[in-house]
Design a protein around this ligand. Structure first.
Ligand code: TRP
Length: 441
């Protein structure tokens, strides 16, 4: 453990959507690294059942409930200790939906247009010649914002997720940055945590293991069922004795996700030596079962006692809300959702944060013309525009300066008035500060 992690307790947070039965991909990509992280001495961990997210893809109430039970039982069976971590159900925390709205209001619609899941649905419609938004709910569109609320609500530093979720974490980060920029430093900027060796697990057909491809291997099936499913993993037609390719071999990748380095090296050698696919599958089955068997029993006991799980989740919700409720109170205050009797009260923090930044002012003079100026963080006049006939032109010039920084100065030279005692370097510095505030952590 390095110095930084010992000094600042790192908060980990992750969720699993409760719309299916946990599979090996969930285990390797999320449950296992999460449980491991929760055992670290200085870690604070939040793990939750993302049942609001489940509603986006599932309209079968019984399935949502059953999946919630199965996933909760899986995490507990995999060793999650609810005494040490905060383990809860998303929908038990009403503050999350409340924060979703605040974040919705600082998230660009264009950003959400580019979210992978939504874009994929649009592309599919377009390919089929349908209306681009046919059958797409606003829930799918808003998915990243709800996820942002999940993460930012608990000020998570690290979010262990699969590679496909990185974009969502980056969006959450942008939301936090934008919120902090507008209202002061309230939210922590999260980072995705990817276990490099096992980023995403392939499924039976070699594509990413995913409910939506129907190519999953359930984490908890019987030994026989597990064996049968593993026998169904796609392989090529190379005969026993023929050397096998590791690259692109789903079987090898799944094996690697469970095996130690030494075991993986042995399997690599076995591939080179032409192991028969049937034998490779047996090895894979035994290796997985070695990890799963002890958890399987625990899982069955939990599934048979839903009341016990419910009690654990209620205790978790109480713990989670002891963080969420005060933060939400703070955020409501920050954005101006305040009691009217406290009109002049705590604007201090956001003001101070804003005052530390250079800024633009766009305004209209008595001559009826439009202008803008830029002030340094100390309030010194750094740029003064000439007159514009329409406000849009002033706004475009400001946008160019905000987005391109120093580079926009030359093309705009004719629109700016010369100012005594202002160095080019001062202006460039202020523009860099602005850019940094918009784009960096
Ligand atoms: N979107 C995640 C998935 O499908 C689940 C999820 C919801 C999540 N909210 C989250 C993961 C917050 C991490 C953090 O896998």
């Amino acid at each position: 453990m390095n110095a930084a992690t010992t000094l600042t307790p790192q908060r980990f947070l992750t969720g699993i959507t409760t719309s299916g039965t946990p599979h090996l991909g969930n285990y390797v990509g999320s449950i296992r690294p999460s449980v491991a992280a929760s055992l670290g001495a200085s870690a604070q961990s939040y793990y939750f059942l993302a049942d609001y997210h489940a509603l986006i893809k599932c309209d079968d109430p019984a399935r949502i409930q059953r999946s919630t039970l199965e996933i909760a039982a899986s995490w507990l069976a995999a060793g999650l200790n609810p005494e040490r971590v905060t383990f809860y159900r998303q929908s038990d925390i009403p503050e999350i939906t409340e924060l979703t709205w605040l974040l919705t209001c600082v998230t660009g619609k264009g950003v959400l247009n580019r979210a992978h899941a939504y874009k994929a649905a649009v592309d599919k419609n377009e390919a089929a010649g349908n209306d681009p938004d046919a059958e797409i709910t606003a829930g799918l569109f808003m998915y990243p914002v709800l996820m942002g609320a999940d993460i930012l609500m608990f000020k998570a530093h690290k979010v262990p997720v699969g590679r496909d979720q990185i974009q969502h974490i980056e969006m959450a980060r942008d939301m936090a940055q934008r919120f902090n920029h507008l209202y002061g430093e309230h939210l922590v900027l999260p980072e995705a945590l990817i276990e490099e060796s096992v980023a995403t697990l392939p499924g039976l057909d070699g594509r990413k293991m995913s409910k939506s491809y129907d190519n999953t291997i359930p984490l908890f099936s019987s030994r026989e069922q597990l064996k049968k499913l593993i026998a169904g993993i796609v392989t090529d037609s190379r005969a026993p004795g023929e050397a096998k390719e590791i690259t692109g071999s789903a079987l090898f990748q799944i094996y690697q996700a469970f095996a130690s380095e030494a075991e993986t090296a042995d399997m690599r050698q076995a591939y080179a030596d032409g192991i028969a696919w049937g034998d490779a599958k047996t090895k894979l089955f035994e290796r997985i079962d070695q990890d799963v068997a002890p958890m399987r029993e625990q899982y069955q006991a939990l599934i048979n006692d839903p009341a016990k799980i419910e009690t654990i989740l209620q205790a978790g919700a109480e713990k989670a809300r002891s963080v969420a409720t005060p933060l939400m109170r703070e955020l409501r205050q920050a954005v101006g959702l305040r009691k009217l009797v406290a009109v002049t009260a705590p604007a201090a923090k956001p003001k101070a944060a804003k005052a530390a930044q250079p800024g633009f002012k766009q305004y209209r003079e008595a001559d009826g013309q439009f202008y803008f100026k830029m002030l340094s963080s100390e309030g010194k006049l750094l740029l003064q525009s000439r007159a514009y006939a329409v406000p849009k032109e002033a706004a475009q010039a400001i946008a160019a300066l905000q987005q391109q920084g120093e580079q926009a100065l030359a093309p705009l030279a004719e629109q700016l008035q010369p100012l005594e005692g202002v160095q080019h370097e001062e202006v460039a510095l202020a523009l860099r500060q602005l850019l940094a505030a918009l784009t960096s952590p």
